[in-house]
Design a binder for this molecule. Structure first.
Ligand code: ZN
Ligand code: ZN
Length: 363
């Protein structure tokens, strides 16, 4: 008889006292009831975070291993796949604000996340940061604040990433450049003979081997175009990763990867190649290096699917879509914002006026 399967992805927990859904409390290892304050602890996995063997997963039979079913809402407007843990009264796409219909949810397979970096910042803290940011914006229309500060439009989202580890072996050939100096003589503008030292580079052919372990190359697994997370805030302290527990997702939206493992792996190989080149340059030494040929092998490749936290607010202002992001771990903020034509116009006008006055007085 097959063993009963415990579905880890959707382990919903209800409050013992009042039956309401429990939500993860950022910065803790608890899920709490917003209505009566009842608190439950998330059972932390004491095993180290699991790395999965890559080859098995890239071959089709293996891709079902360590996978589970999860209910997914697909946004027809921007294509984002999202899993919503909470029973929101009205559901909107986290990226573009398009209304979603709960009945449209489909059950899909996903490779279970190996780790999650739990939210450290609460939604209120994210909104406070956003308020400050909006206030500090130059050239922003005055009524922007009203348009944007709707707490309903700010949602916590777990973003999908792939990480890859490998033992890297590289054989390179290239050239090593060493500086040397020559004394040259020349005539200066007065026709006198002078000497100067000129730097030259002597190139010698080199070849060699490099090897080492590459840990956790981080590859974005979300194919989002609308409201793509800006690079500036896409930095998380991966030391805070916890083994996956669905409790951390309670009350948040989780995006299912739209970039398949195979494509993520190809991108990670490009990154590994860059790492191999850096190692080769260091190995070559000298003052300058050229790597003309590099042969790379990756062995014992492993990967994991991880979830990283951001707060995202998709807002409409004068019929245009804007979005802003707050890193859910460290609070860094970035976003697209509208500019006020009149503020810029009047400032330029004032500038011209001052310039005109200065000009008149100087006459
Ligand atoms: Zn309760
Ligand atoms: Zn959307």
């Amino acid at each position: 008889m097959p063993e009963p399967v415990i579905q880890k992805s959707e382990l919903k927990k209800a409050c013992k006292n009042c039956g309401a859904e429990l939500k993860y409390k950022p910065g803790t290892t608890s899920i709490i009831c917003e209505y009566c304050g009842h608190e439950d602890h998330i059972n932390l996995d004491t095993d180290p975070i699991k790395e999965l063997p890559l080859r098995v997963y890239l071959e089709s039979q293996g891709s079902q291993a360590n996978s589970e079913e999860i209910s997914i809402l697909h946004c027809k407007n921007c294509g984002a796949n999202q899993h919503v843990e909470e029973n929101y009264k009205s559901l909107h796409c986290v990226y573009c604000g398009t209304p979603l219909i709960r009945e449209d949810a489909k059950t899909e397979q996903w490779i279970l996340p190996g780790a999650v970096l739990p939210f450290q910042l609460t939604q209120q803290e994210a909104i406070i940061r956003f308020k400050k940011w909006v206030k500090g914006l130059w050239w922003a229309p005055n009524d922007l604040q009203k348009a944007t500060l709707d707490p309903q439009s700010t949602k916590g989202l777990y973003l999908p990433y792939w990480t890859f580890d490998a033992q890297l072996y590289g054989q390179y050939s290239g050239q090593r450049g060493d500086y040397y100096y020559e004394t040259q003589s020349y005539r200066d503008s007065n026709g006198r003979r002078q000497t100067r030292r000129v730097r030259k580079t002597r190139w010698i052919p080199v070849s060699g081997n490099v090897q080492g372990f590459v840990d956790d190359t981080l590859i974005n697994a979300s194919k989002q175009h609308t409201g793509k997370v800006p690079r500036g805030i896409a930095l998380w302290d991966l030391k805070k990763l916890q083994p996956f527990e669905s409790g951390f997702l309670a009350g948040f939206v989780t995006e299912k990867y739209t970039i398949p493992l195979k494509d993520g792996h190809l991108e990670s190989q490009d990154e590994m190649r860059e790492i191999a080149k850096t190692w080769a340059r260091r190995d070559i030494g000298g003052d300058e290096q050229r790597v003309s040929h590099l042969n790379m092998q990756l062995e014992e490749e492993t990967f994991k699917h991880i979830l990283l936290p951001v707060y995202i607010s998709a807002y409409r202002y004068k019929n245009k879509e804007y979005s802003f992001f707050v890193n859910g771990e460290n609070g860094s903020i970035s976003g697209k914002r509208p500019y006020s034509f009149w503020k810029i116009f009047l400032t330029i006008l004032a500038g011209l006026f001052v310039f005109g006055l200065v000009y008149l007085f100087s006459k």
